[in-house]
Design a protein around this ligand. Sequence first.
Ligand SMILES: [Cu+2]
Length: 137
Amino acid sequence: MLRSMIRNTTPILAVIAMLAVMGGCGDEKKNPAAPGSGGGGGGGGGPDVTISIGLGAAQADTNAYSPRRVTVALGQTVAWKNNDAMAHTATAVGIFNTGLVGAGATSATIPMNTAGDFTYVCTVAGHNMTGFLTVTP
Ligand SMILES: [Cu+2]
């Protein structure tokens, strides 16, 4: 009885051992590549969403930011790219603020850590710019 169990289980154990060794090799092959590929695609790169500030944005009201209405998930990141010829901000007081983004520049990448519906504006005097950002919990 015991002998037959050993006979029967030994080949299975051998197969398991082989699979374990093979699995180990596979992991070792993956690990050296991980820092390179992870760094590029693993969230260390650009923002999740980039919103454009268009030409003539200063008086474009709700068309100043494109898309005018953006929804992201809590923790996702947003940046504003200013394609206009003058500096602007994207500011929801107390929630997020790009600060002045110069002509042709892109703002810092801002993590959205507060859920809600936000209306944001450009704080430069005389600019009539409004955008909408929803952060879903
Ligand atoms: Cu502006």
